[in-house]
Write a protein that binds this ligand. Structure first.
Ligand SMILES: Nc1ncnc2c1ncn2[C@@H]1O[C@H](COP(=O)(O)OP(=O)(O)OP(=O)(O)O)[C@@H](O)[C@H]1O
Ligand SMILES: [Mg+2]
Length: 173
């Protein structure tokens, strides 16, 4: 099980768990492309978010489907990518994975206090109060059936990347 080389790794977790940071470093380590899921939002979602309105799940389906389509495209052309996407709910991840055994979920697991401290220290980002509470309330931790790679974020970035690469059984390039 799981011996097939993945075409896509989805790095998931709550805001501030380190998705962008870890996905970027992991992609560099593997020599794969790095993608941020935000880039796949339809214009209507971008407009809604810029106006400060939260997205509903109805808004999210076409966005997640666009990422799933990109995963199919990558796979068809022999490309590989690490995709940073919060993917907090199982229903979201089901769309991204859509039954493919070459899409793996990387779950960045960390304590709320640690993440709150990192968010407070992060430059250039405004964090609405209560955001982390709602993120943890929404989070459905991946179950064993999703074959997640779970890593603790209470470590230096390169150590987390080492942990992921070793759990994936991938040889870094
Ligand atoms: N392992 C780590 N050790 C120390 N700091 C870290 C680590 N991982 C991430 N950080 C820092 O924590 C902050 C949050 O990380 P990052 O922006 O990657 O999170 P994110 O999950 O992408 O957040 P968002 O959902 O808001 O996009 C950043 O300032 C980042 O530099
Ligand atoms: Mg990010």
């Amino acid at each position: 099980m799981g011996s097939k080389v993945p075409c896509a790794l989805v790095v998931m977790g709550v805001s501030g768990s380190g998705k962008s940071t870890i996905a970027h470093h992991l992609a560099r380590r593997l020599g794969w492309a790095y993608e941020d899921a935000d880039r796949f939002h339809p214009a209507s979602n971008v407009a809604k978010m810029s106006a400060g309105h939260p997205l509903t799940d109805e808004d999210r389906w076409p966005w997640l489907q666009a990422i799933a389509d990109e995963i199919d495209r990558l796979s068809g052309s022999g490309e590989r990518a690490v995709i940073a996407c919060s993917a907090l709910k199982r229903a979201y991840r089901n769309i991204l994975v859509h039954g493919r055994d070459d899409v793996r979920i990387i779950f960045l697991d960390g304590a709320r206090d640690l993440i709150a401290a990192r968010l407070a220290a992060r430059k250039g980002h405004f964090m609405p109060p209560g955001l982390l509470t709602s993120q943890f309330a929404t989070l459905e931790r991946p179950r064993a059936g999703e074959r997640p790679i779970t890593v603790s974020i209470d470590a230096p970035v390169e150590a987390i990347v080492d942990d992921i690469v070793s759990q994936l059984n991938l040889v870094s390039q």
